[in-house]
Design a protein around this ligand. Structure first.
Ligand SMILES: *Cc1c(COP(=O)(O)O)cnc(C)c1O
Length: 434
């Protein structure tokens, strides 16, 4: 299958090129040229299939032409080796818990899948010494690092801003060792990202090293996120609740929700989607006015959604032929201030016993506010509340337990390289490992 760029100025790429490069040469995002409808027979029996079987069917529709069946099956089964339960919260609202993987956030799915697919292609290209560079403000670095942990021939460098990630997030990529190096930059997330970009543009460095990126725009990270929409539907079907399904997605860069829109194109009977945001309400405003007005992000307690210019917006536009009216038919938007997020978290916990995290709270509230009587709502619970321990404990006035995998990370020895915000020093560090 070919992949085109959303900017339409670059030549089409093979899956292999799209995965290894990440971004098209015209700076656009890769999109699959075909989105295959899955047969009715698949939807008829979806509730009898395991999550892995469902995901393999979906993966085959995208990647089956380019990856042999045994490899693809192994990648899918390996990626989804943790629980993703659908939990009833109250009334007609369900939570799809995507936080039972190694770093307790939904990015584990895309991170693991991409790591394995990239490793497969790198091996196929006969490369044995590849450096993956990733800048992170918290969650992405840990998901990518854990995905690549122990993968032969690949070394991951995670750049993160000093003092700006939570201690729990930090330990998820600084204690791994093996082929993962954490670099703490005395600067901001933007500085980290700039260092990575400069490295990719440095011809001298690229002559000496095989560099690749692992950011959220990579198709190998983005498309597998479609799997769990099918899984949610299958679970609802089992319970006889699969009519008029509405899915609410806590959104930042809009990669997760875009994967859901693609699932719908493949024939998955989802009635509509809600993009749930925090105070960064750029998409909501776009739906209201038809004008896209990106701006610097503001800081909130749902910080993984603090995005002022969502990178996957280009993919949403592309899917709907740039038409805001078409987009409005499938997606509505809403946004919540910190006080509202905290209120939702607290009252839901008190009324139902279900503990949301600040991101899931936006997703839940969007359903509580906008679901019709004959609809069934699912929100994606994108992270475990313990990842935001201090915030959540403050809100509910109780201590919460840290799950075991997280405790394991916290016990590990922290190792990192501390660097000033200097490209020369960063380059030197990379070359030292040649
Ligand atoms: C990354 C992230 C989001 C936002 O996902 P996008 O695909 O960027 O829209 C939401 N919640 C959590 C916990 C995240 O880590």
């Amino acid at each position: 299958m070919k992949y085109y760029s959303t900017n339409k100025q670059a030549a089409e790429a093979s899956l292999q090129e799209a995965v290894v490069k990440g971004l098209a040469s015209d700076k656009g995002l890769f999109m699959p040229e075909k989105i295959k409808q899955l047969p009715q027979s698949f939807y008829d029996k979806i509730d009898t299939l395991s999550f892995q079987e469902i995901a393999y069917t979906v993966a085959d529709a995208f990647f089956g032409e380019d990856v042999d069946a045994d490899t693809l099956k192994k990648i899918v089964y390996d990626t989804l080796s943790f629980d993703t339960p659908l939990v009833h919260v109250n009334d007609n609202i369900y939570s799809l818990e995507l936080f039972h993987g190694p770093t307790l956030a939904f990015k584990d799915v895309g991170g693991r899948f991409m790591a394995r697919l990239l490793a497969y292609f790198i091996k196929k290209q006969g490369q044995s010494d590849v450096k993956v560079l990733v800048a992170t403000s918290g969650d992405t670095g840990s998901a990518v690092a854990n995905g690549f942990l122990g993968v032969d021939g690949i070394h991951v460098y995670v750049l993160y801003p000093k003092g700006k990630v939570s201690p729990i997030q930090e330990c998820q990529f600084t204690t791994l060792g093996q082929n993962i190096t954490a670099i703490e930059i005395d600067g901001t997330f933007d500085d980290c990202q700039a260092l990575v970009k400069t490295a990719f543009m440095d011809a001298d460095l690229n002559k000496q090293l095989n560099l690749t990126s692992a950011n959220s725009i990579n198709v190998a990270r983005f498309l597998p996120q479609a799997f769990y929409y099918f899984h949610a539907y299958a679970q609802l079907k089992k319970e006889g609740k699969a009519n008029n399904v509405v899915i609410s997605v806590p959104s930042g860069n809009f990669g997760n929700i875009t994967a859901g829109l693609i699932a719908k194109r493949m024939g998955l009977p989802i009635k509509r989607f809600i993009a749930a945001n925090n105070s960064n309400d750029i998409f909501y405003e776009y739906l209201q006015t038809g004008k896209y007005n990106p701006r610097p992000s503001v800081q909130t307690i749902a910080n993984a959604m603090d995005v002022g210019d969502p990178s996957n917006f280009a993919r949403v536009l592309d899917l709907y032929n740039q038409s805001v009216d078409e987009i409005r038919k499938d997606i509505s938007g809403c946004w919540y201030k910190d006080e509202a997020i905290a209120q939702t978290l607290k009252s839901t916990f008190e009324k139902t016993g279900y503990l949301l995290d600040p991101h899931g709270a936006c997703g839940y509230q969007a359903l509580a506010d906008g679901l019709a009587k004959d609809e069934t709502g699912v929100f994606l619970e994108t992270a475990h509340p313990a990842k935001f321990k201090e915030t959540v404990e403050d809100i509910i006035g109780q201590t919460i337990e840290i799950p075991k995998p997280l405790l394991e990370f916290m016990k590990g020895e922290k190792k990192n390289i501390e660097l000033k915000n200097s490209y020369d020093l960063f380059k030197e560090t990379l070359l030292k490992d040649k």
